[in-house]
Design a protein around this ligand. Structure first.
Ligand code: GLN
Length: 304
């Protein structure tokens, strides 16, 4: 049996001594106030045990990590029809890149870059009766935790300043790949990004992707084949133009957000979430990536 508690403590001691903690995302004004020194990890084993260290119970803005959850909900409603409107190739470009979207005639490279997630938001707007409430219910049910909520101030902050996302949505609309009103779709998208969770909650939300579609309470909403595909997309696209680096250094499917969170998993074994708000130049948590590299190296647990 691996000494997970000891491994997490070792990582914690090494990481908190790092002087270069990366940069907080300030392009969303409301995120700029977060303390760069916060750092937490939560690990949940599929066999039942859980371990944590540091600020693992403090809530943060999950931002783009929410794109995996909206993809899961859309897949559970409309199935593989999604792939008529979005591709499944790594983009090799930043999360908010627009040129590729224009060159490829409004078909986003994958559902985990902004343009792809905006199309997923559009799909959800078309199939859900009360999109924001229904998505929140889905996340709460996955996690078994009804305290999870949006941060309306963060959502509003992005609605005021998210010009790049308005550009992406308008470009999608011009290619007829957005069926609802641009501001309605972005209102939903900014709310999904504003969801707040702690590392412990995030780990429980993603448990379903490690346990073949069973949520933490044993309920099933997603098919095994859908879980397999979502994990493949996380591995190849979860870190934008750093997806190769994450696979190389860490070797797990995962997803990052500009709030500084990362969640990663080893199918049938565990889910792990890390929060360190300082980002590297690619918009991924600098110390979060380092912590996960140490974790898979020390435990010798990765998909490779
Ligand atoms: N809400 C952010 C945006 O759309 C999400 C980006 C991210 O987390 N990479 O810009």
């Amino acid at each position: 049996m691996i000494d997970y508690k000891g491994v997490l403590n070792t990582i914690y001691q090494e990481i908190i001594q790092e002087t270069d903690k990366g940069e907080i995302a300030s392009y969303i004004p409301e995120l700029a106030n977060v303390d760069k020194n916060t750092f937490g990890i939560h690990l949940q084993l599929v066999s039942g045990d859980a371990f944590s260290v540091g600020d693992s119970e403090k809530k943060f803005s999950i931002q783009s990590i929410s794109k995996v959850l909206t993809l899961a909900l859309a897949l559970s409603h409309v199935g593989s029809e999604i792939w008529n409107r979005i591709d499944v190739e790594p983009s090799g470009n930043p999360f908010n890149h627009l040129a590729l979207l224009e060159m490829e005639k409004g078909i986003p490279r994958n559902p985990l870059i902004n343009s792809g997630a905006i199309v997923i938001a559009d799909i959800l707007l078309s199939v859900l009766e009360h999109p924001k409430e229904d998505f929140l219910d889905f996340v709460r049910e996955l996690t078994g935790d009804y305290s999870i909520d949006y941060n309306y101030t963060v959502a509003d902050s992005e609605m005021q300043t998210g010009f790049n996302n308005f550009a992406a949505a308008n470009l999608l609309k011009s290619f007829d790949n957005l069926h609802n009103d641009v501001s309605d779709v972005l209102d939903f998208y900014f709310h999904q990004c504003s969801l707040e969770m702690s590392c412990a909650q995030l780990t429980r939300a993603f448990y379903t992707f490690a346990d073949q579609g069973n949520n933490i309470k044993g309920k099933t909403r997603l098919k095994k084949s859908q879980i397999k595909r979502i994990n493949a997309i996380m591995l190849t696209c979860g870190f934008y133009d750093e997806a190769g680096e994450f696979a190389f250094e860490v070797g797990l499917p995962g997803k990052s957000g500009v709030g500084g969170g990362i969640v990663a998993l080893l199918p049938n074994e565990f889910v792990i979430s890390v929060w360190a708000p300082g980002l590297n130049e690619r918009g991924n948590s600098k110390l979060g990536m380092e912590a996960l590299e140490k974790f898979t190296t020390l435990t010798n647990q990765s998909i490779f």
